[in-house]
Design a protein around this ligand. Structure first.
Ligand code: HEC
Length: 222
């Protein structure tokens, strides 16, 4: 190879050869990842393995597994599996997360962001519980149990009725109270928007008018 390169003094031919070489390596790598016997890296996942990971639920309901449950049933499961951290009514034990209440607090000095006051989509509730809870025992709940627990938490947040049956068809239609406050960033279309200056912007020298210690933004130690 070396002597062959020396013979071909033309840089162009060398560059083309190098590119072809890189392309070849790229293709070979991509194929090797799919052929573990060749590369020894990983293995091709089985259908069952992919299905076990493919559990995301989207705001439009895509991905919700078949199942159903009500708050009445969910209350029992919640008491058994969740209440030791989140409290019997989702009020939160010690410093574990609060799951209920907080409605109307978002504009206050200390907003209480809960699934009821803050979360924009019910699908996230299902997805999160099914994927991550109970803490330390993730993925131990059946879809029916997650529908029931979600129904209980939604009822405690006064978003659904206690006897309402939630299932794969109606779950994503639940309207969360704070949904309207989540929207695509539209600042470039708002009236206040002005095109950013990127060169020679400052015509006058900069003067510092205040500093953080003077503004006193950091709370004092008790
Ligand atoms: C051992 C304590 C523990 C148990 C039991 C537990 N959780 Fe949690 N939960 C947590 C912790 C810790 C977090 C925060 C995790 C994080 O932020 O990464 C959390 C977060 C959550 C959240 C998201 C809260 C938010 O606003 O971000 C929900 C919803 C939730 N848990 C539901 C449940 C449900 C339903 C169960 C029972 C099936 C359960 N949890 C059991 C500790 C627990």
């Amino acid at each position: 190879m070396f002597s062959w390169c020396k013979m071909m003094k033309s840089q162009t031919i060398f560059a083309v050869a190098a590119l072809v070489g890189l392309g070849f390596v790229g293709t070979a790598l991509a194929q090797d990842y799919q052929r573990p016997s060749v590369s020894g890296i990983g293995s091709v996942p089985s259908e069952a393995q992919i299905a076990a990971w493919d559990i995301d639920v989207r705001p439009d309901g895509l991905g919700l597994p078949i199942g159903s449950g009500t708050a009445e049933l969910g209350e029992e499961i919640f008491a058994d599996r969740c209440a030791q951290c989140h409290g019997d009514f989702g009020e939160g034990v010690d410093r574990w997360p609060v799951l209920t209440g907080g409605q109307g607090s978002l504009t206050e000095h200390r907003p209480e962001k809960t699934i009821g006051s803050y979360w924009p989509y019910s699908s996230t509730l299902f997805d999160y519980i099914y994927r991550a809870m109970p803490y330390g025992e993730a993925k131990s709940l059946t879809p029916d149990e997650v529908y029931a627990i979600s129904a209980y938490l939604l009822a405690e947040n006064e978003i659904v009725e206690r006897d309402q049956v939630l299932n794969q068809d109606n779950f994503a239609q639940i309207k969360m109270p704070n949904q309207a406050n989540f929207f695509a960033d539209d600042r470039s279309k708002s009236e206040a928007y002005t095109e950013r200056c990127m060169t020679n912007c400052k015509t006058e020298p900069v003067t510092i008018v205040s500093a953080a210690p003077e503004l006193d933004v950091t709370p004092e130690d008790e």
